[in-house]
Design a protein. Structure first.
Lengths: 110, 117
């Protein structure tokens, strides 16, 4: 079953607004990844985080690996219509493969 | 470069029929994963291979599901017999070796949407 709690489940925002979503877990993770899935497509990697406290940006996207190693957040600044989609966090613990969060459905209103 | 290629993109079949989903990973990738996505359960790992060898199939729902990887450029996921509750989008993903010898970042195919009537 799912070991990551991702929130919020969905968001409706105005174009130009900033967005924040996060993932938490009761377990420690060694890697955090953030993916975006467009309708009818597979998830695409946005940002990868490998060290506790790491803060990484990719254009308007910024993600952080929580210092406790049990959480991560993703921020999107100045949202645009093409940001619409489902955003997934994914974490890896020790030798295990990735566990995915339940996703955040983002809708950007014009 | 071509990404992960999956076929068919869509399949509609009747309960009891055999379904075969196909995947061609990115050339040079050592890991191949099969995921299932549903609204209720999200993305679930079914099975993954390393160098064509199945490593963990604990996510395969039941004996009706089987997966093979006869060579480094091809894998199949078979459901026999199929049931309506198998309806989902099935994703194949591949990766190179990452940190600590584990799989690195996953690259997903576009998925195969299966509907079992």
């Amino acid at each position: 079953g799912q070991q990551l709690n991702q929130s919020p489940q969905s968001m409706f925002i105005q174009e130009g607004e900033d967005v924040s979503m996060n993932c938490t877990s009761s377990s420690i993770f060694n890697t955090w990844l953030w993916y975006k899935q467009d309708p009818g497509e597979g998830p695409v990697l946005l940002i990868a985080l490998y060290k506790a406290g790491e803060l990484t940006s990719n254009g308007r996207l910024t993600a952080q690996f929580g210092i406790t190693r049990k959480d991560s957040f993703l921020n999107i600044s100045a949202s645009i219509p093409s940001d619409v989609g489902i955003y997934f966090c994914a974490g890896r613990r020790s030798a295990r493969q990735l566990t995915f969060g339940s996703g955040t459905q983002l809708t950007v209103l014009p | 470069d071509a990404g992960v290629i999956q076929s068919p993109r869509h399949e509609v079949t009747e309960m009891g029929q055999e379904v075969t989903l196909r995947c061609k990973p990115i050339s040079g990738h050592d890991y191949l994963f099969w995921y299932r996505q549903t609204m209720m359960r999200g993305l679930e790992l079914l099975i993954y291979f390393n160098n064509n060898v199945p490593i963990d199939d604990s996510g395969m729902p039941e004996d009706r599901f089987s997966a093979k990887m006869p060579n480094a450029s091809f894998s199949t996921l078979k459901i026999q017999p199929s049931e309506p509750r198998d309806s989902a989008v099935y994703f194949c993903a591949s990766s190179t070796v990452g940190q600590g010898g584990l799989a690195g970042e996953l690259f997903f195919g576009e998925g195969s949407r299966l509907t079992v009537l």
